[in-house]
Design a binder for this molecule. Structure first.
Ligand code: FES
Length: 150
């Protein structure tokens, strides 16, 4: 467990209970997920039940309790993308990465998640990798796109 890092984060917030979400956000930014040992340490240190932390973590879907890959792929299965063949792109992603949505590749390079509309319907089918949006995807274009992230 990385006590020093957690202590540094907690020190930034004099009102720890009132800033619990911001604290969790910083912890996740540092570790790329919310490690259980660190969450238990925070609960003990600020004297709140661990269940209070878990209820926040489960409420906000931006928080994750499992390690994420270096690159996060969000594939859109919203209506426009679905109609334009997002299912095939998802199948291709699953086959190439050998993971299902919600999982991370063994080499920790990619995490995959399904989302509903990323506001790029005119580019359907579309995926977001980290901060970049890729549209009009075909399985061939997807392969080329993924190779940028190896
Ligand atoms: S439905 Fe996929 S971007 Fe809108």
């Amino acid at each position: 467990m990385d006590v020093q890092t957690v202590d540094k984060i907690l020190d930034k917030f004099p009102d720890t209970t009132g800033n619990l979400i911001a604290i969790l956000h910083e912890v996740q930014n540092h570790f790329n997920y919310l490690p259980e040992a660190e969450l238990r340490y925070i609960a003990k240190k600020i004297d709140i039940p661990i269940t209070q932390i878990y209820s926040i973590v489960h409420f906000y879907n931006r928080f994750t309790l499992s390690p994420k890959g270096k690159h996060e792929i969000s594939i859109c299965l919203g209506t426009a993308c679905h109609v334009k063949g997002a299912g095939k792109i998802l199948d291709e992603l699953k086959e190439k990465l050998e993971i299902n949505p919600g999982d991370t590749t063994e080499d920790m390079n990619f995490s995959l998640e399904v989302v509903r509309c990323i506001g790029a319907c005119s580019l359907a089918p579309a995926v977001v990798i980290d901060e970049d949006t890729y549209g009009d995807l075909t399985p061939k274009k997807l392969t080329k796109t993924l190779s940028k992230y190896k």
